[in-house]
Write a protein that binds this ligand. Structure first.
Ligand code: GLN
Length: 230
C-alpha cells in the first residue's frame, strides 16, 4: 500500500521547559505553542507527535530533517533563515533581566550586568545578545532554564537573562515574591514556527495561522496564556 502524504505523522518539536509556551503540567505538555499547534494541525487535518527536546537540539534537528516542524518560541533571525525556514511571525517578544528581589535596584540595565554572573540558555538569541552587548558579563549557560532559575534562587548567579514573556510569567508564578523582572534589554523580536528549508508545510501553516487569527481562536489562546494585558 502507498502511504499518502497526509497520513504521515509529523514530528513536531517543542522545548522541554519554556513557560507559558510549553511546559509539563500533570504529566502532560501544555502551553501557548502546544495549543496553537494543536489548533493548526486540526485545521489542516494533519497527524503529529509532539517531541519535547532541549532548545539547543531543535535547529540541528530541523536541518537533518529529523523534525518536521518546531514551535519553541523560536526568534526569527537572519542567521537562522540561512539554515531553516520560518512561518509568518506569531508572537512579539523580547529579552529581559530577571533578578532576585534584593538586587532589584542595582541590576536593571545591560550595563549593570558587567562583571556579574549571568545565567542564560544554551543556543538562544540571548547568548548572542550578551556576547555583543555585555562582553564582560560572566555568562553561565544552561540547556534548561529551570536550572538557571534555581541558581538565581540560591544566589549562584546574579541574574537570568532570557525571553521577556518567559521570565515575566515565571516571576508572576513559581518565582513570585523571590524574583522580579527589572528591565527589558531588547524588544521587537518575533517568534516563528520553524521548518526544514523548503518544507511544503509552510504555506499551509501560514494559511491556517491567518484563519485562526481571523476567527478568534488565536486570541482565545493568547488571552488564556498571557492575560488581557499585552
Ligand atoms: N527565543 C529564544 C531563541 O529563539 C529562545 C526561546 C526558548 O528558550 N525556547 O533563541
Amino acid at each position: 500500500t502507498v502511504a499518502h502524504a497526509q497520513d504521515k505523522e509529523l514530528v513536531v518539536a517543542t522545548d522541554t521547559a519554556f513557560v507559558p509556551f510549553e511546559f509539563k503540567q500533570d504529566g502532560k505538555y501544555v502551553g501557548f505553542d502546544v495549543e496553537l499547534w494543536d489548533a493548526l494541525a486540526k485545521d489542516m487535518g494533519v497527524k503529529y507527535r509532539l517531541q519535547p527536546m532541549d532548545f539547543n537540539g531543535i535547529i540541528p534537528g530541523l536541518q537533518t530533517k529529523n523534525i518536521d516542524v518546531a514551535l519553541a518560541g523560536i526568534t526569527i533571525k537572519d542567521e537562522r533563515k540561512k539554515v531553516i525556514d520560518f512561518s509568518d511571525p506569531y508572537y512579539e517578544s523580547g529579552i529581559a533581566i530577571l533578578t532576585s528581589v534584593k538586587n532589584k535596584d542595582s541590576i536593571k540595565t545591560a550595563k549593570d550586568l558587567a562583571g556579574k554572573d549571568v545565567a542564560a540558555k544554551t543556543g538562544t538569541a540571548t547568548v548572542d545578545f550578551l556576547k555583543k552587548e555585555v562582553p564582560d558579563a560572566k555568562v553561565k549557560l544552561f540547556p534548561n532554564i529551570d536550572n538557571a532559575f534555581l541558581d538565581l534562587a540560591t544566589g549562584r548567579v546574579d541574574a537570568v537573562v532570557h525571553d521577556t514573556p518567559n521570565v515575566q510569567y515565571y516571576a508572576n508564578t513559581g518565582g513570585k515574591g523571590k524574583v522580579v523582572v527589572t528591565g527589558s534589554v531588547q524588544s521587537g523580536d518575533f517568534y516563528g514556527i520553524a521548518f526544514p528549508k523548503g518544507s511544503d508545510l509552510i504555506e499551509k501553516v501560514n494559511a491556517s495561522l491567518k484563519k485562526l487569527k481571523e476567527n478568534g481562536e488565536y486570541d482565545k489562546l493568547y488571552t488564556k496564556w498571557f492575560g488581557q494585558a499585552v
